[in-house]
Design a protein around this ligand. Structure first.
Ligand code: WT7
Length: 634
């Protein structure tokens, strides 16, 4: 694979070629894949509608590029190393040939149950190899997968099934997480009561717990694959056919289905994986994300497997059975590239270096970070104690919508700088604009982060609502894709992401819409109104602070607060549970009725000094009342 950049001057050269002549640049990268038909043109696009097409009229199948393309040379090499939740249970190693057979067999099983090209399939599964097999099997037969993180509630699951009208759900009996077992089949049963489009459920046996199997609807995975051939021909897909939908939160109440398509996503996830992590064949690469998030899609499954890598999949959590688990796994499997989130680093930092000391960590060459801005302290701890001062830290900035890593060091090739995502990868053209949409050129500038030219793995639409895609990403700043992030470009031209500038908060690397949490809180019958903001949290990055107006009749504050927490867990899932809930007599509003979140954010962060101008408020007195009873920051 010669697409790997090896020197700083190589990066500068490649970057400038990618900007001056994107078509030739991407054409060369795309040539290393297997296409059933070559493209007529590399890219056709406009950001007004938007309408984005990469590798126009080309035909391919991404699973064929992962499986058949690698069989001859890598057939006996491990594709997936699986580490179970319980370190006492045997792990699994799945070679490329075995993966090929598993994917073919399961795709035959799905076909036998009526799934074909274009059908939507929900994957609600634990971190087991079968989850990756499920994704690849969908891709193989042209079905559109939508993975839902198995920590989401029944309500969230049914919302997603209904939004994309999925006809099949893939799940398991239960899910092992640390010392807990989560009955996820039961959650599916609950969800399907209000999601009638799902006609079939295939259930993997993982925990062995008792489950109800509904006749005619539910099939055991092991029964579904019995007698199915371990080979088949991959469906021929158009480059712009849908590959998957992934739901993500935004500034409105309802998560949107981000749509990615086959050709461009394939080219970019593989290219960015090989470069950012400098993966070499034979290395063991481990990303600790869950496949329910875009990181799991692009950098556990598609990117690494397209590159012929060995990708490690871990079922459990960082602190089980003890806070040395990550390092234990790194040594045990001789991990070379390790990719995790700042929130995990900070959570482990709390235990000091003692849990790391028993381990050598001498196989590590590159360590990566993703999901939220990494603070300097965590960066140094990661660099010094995990990387032992010898591994470049790749702080990779990107989004569900971008499909792949956009701004990041190239490990060992371009410089790193604590808390900086540094420089764009080739093909990526970031711009900083002020609030009027004027591009800020030169260095030492700060503003809104936009991208001004398409890249192969960008989102194409939001499922079932193209106008929403246009509105959200292409209307704030004309002619640009708007990321929702604030950014600064320093005196050396390096980018530092400053966090979201919209009503999105980032809790432990999980994206939450404040409106979404408010909607869930408002479901509680005693709640009259609520306002949710983020506040700085030592481990989670941001915590969720909810101000709630309640009808208190006959209730204690404590009971109400607990009930509100439960309501949010039930409606969204435990990840959205507010850290702090303050019952308030009113909310600061402008005369037009808009909640002044700026004030609420200040109070939540413990910054009581200067509230700015409150004279335009409808009810200035309420600010003092809220301040008096404000909950102390973590
Ligand atoms: C938002 C996207 C990319 C996969 C995981 C999250 C924030 C992501 C970084 C980083 C600073 C980051 C941004 C972005 N973010 N990576 N390296 N430095 N911020 O995907 O759920 O789509 O969230 O996460 O705010 O917009 P996501």
């Amino acid at each position: 694979m010669s697409n790997k950049i090896q020197t700083l001057s190589g990066y500068i050269h490649e970057y400038s070629k990618s900007i001056q002549d994107p078509e030739n640049f991407w054409s060369r990268i795309a040539d290393s894949f297997h296409w059933q038909r070559r493209w007529d043109s590399v890219v056709e696009w406009n950001f007004e509608e938007p309408n984005i097409n990469w590798f126009v009229n080309a035909k391919l199948n991404i699973s064929e590029n992962i499986l058949e393309r690698h069989l001859f040379i890598l057939g006996d090499k491990p594709a997936i190393i699986w580490e179970p939740n319980d370190p006492g249970e045997a792990g699994r190693i799945i070679t490329y040939r075995e993966l090929y057979e598993m994917v073919c067999q399961f795709s035959n099983a799905m076909k036998a149950h009526g799934i074909g090209k274009g059908d939507r399939v929900i994957i609600y599964m634990p971190m087991v190899p079968e989850a990756a097999v499920a994704m690849l099997a969908c891709a193989r037969i042209g079905a559109v997968h939508s993975v839902v993180f198995a920590g989401f509630s029944a309500q969230s699951l049914s919302d997603r099934i209904n939004d994309c009208q999925a006809t099949m759900v893939l799940t398991s009996d239960g899910n092992f997480r640390g010392n807990k077992t989560i009955p996820i089949k039961e959650i599916v049963d609950e969800a399907l009561k209000s999601a009638p489009s799902a006609e079939k459920v295939i259930v993997l046996q993982r925990t062995g717990q008792r489950v109800d199997m509904q006749d005619g609807r539910d099939i055991w995975w092991h029964d579904a694959i019995t007698g199915m051939a371990k080979e088949n021909k991959a469906e021929i897909m158009d480059s712009e056919d849908m590959l998957f939908i992934l739901y993500t939160s935004g500034s409105t109440g309802k998560p949107k289905g981000v749509v990615h398509t086959c050709g461009g996503y394939m080219v970019y996830t593989c290219y960015s994986f090989q470069n950012a992590f400098q993966y070499s064949i034979g290395d063991v690469y481990w990303c600790t994300a869950d496949i329910g998030w875009i990181t799991g899609h692009s950098y556990i499954v598609y990117g690494p497997l397209l590159a012929g890598a060995t990708t490690l999949m871990f079922e459990g959590v960082p602190t089980y059975p003890d806070p040395g688990r990550f390092w234990n796994i790194c040594d045990k499997h001789r991990v070379n590239q390790f990719y995790t989130a700042p929130t995990a680093i900070r959570a482990l930092q709390v235990f000091g270096t003692e849990p790391i000391e028993p381990y050598r960590l001498d196989s590590l060459k590159v360590i990566g970070s993703v999901g939220e801005p990494i603070n300097e302290e965590a960066w140094h701890w990661y660099h010094d104690h995990v990387g032992k001062g010898k591994c470049p830290v790749v702080d990779t900035w990107w989004q569900t919508e971008t499909g792949g890593i956009m701004i990041s060091p190239i490990a060992g090739v371009t410089p790193t700088k604590p808390a900086y995502a540094t420089l764009p990868l080739p093909g990526i053209q970031p711009v900083i604009v002020d609030n009027n949409g004027k591009e800020l050129t030169g260095n030492t500038v700060e503003g809104n982060l936009c991208i001004k030219f398409p890249w192969p793995s960008m989102l194409r639409t939001t499922y079932g609502d193209h106008e929403r895609c246009r509105q959200t990403y292409f209307s704030s700043f004309k002619g640009y894709y708007f990321t929702g992030d604030g950014v600064k470009r320093d005196e050396d031209g390096y980018y530092r992401i400053l966090g979201r500038v919209d009503d999105v908060i980032n809790v432990s690397g999980h994206r939450m819409g404040t409106a979404e949490v408010e909607n869930a809180i408002n479901e509680h019958p005693k709640v009259i109104e609520s306002a949710v903001v983020g506040y700085p949290h030592e481990i989670k990055g941001q915590g969720i602070y909810a101000y709630v107006i309640c009808d208190m009749e006959g209730r204690s504050e404590e009971n109400l607060i607990n009930e509100i927490r439960e309501t949010v867990t039930k409606i969204i899932g435990p990840i959205a549970k507010p850290d702090k809930i303050q019952i308030v007599p009113g909310l600061p509003k402008t005369r037009s009725g808009k909640i002044m979140r700026r004030i609420l954010r200040k109070i939540a962060s413990g910054d009581m000094a200067n509230m700015g101008d409150t004279s335009t408020l409808l009810n200035p007195a309420v600010v003092e009342q809220i301040k008096e009873k404000a909950l102390t920051p973590s």
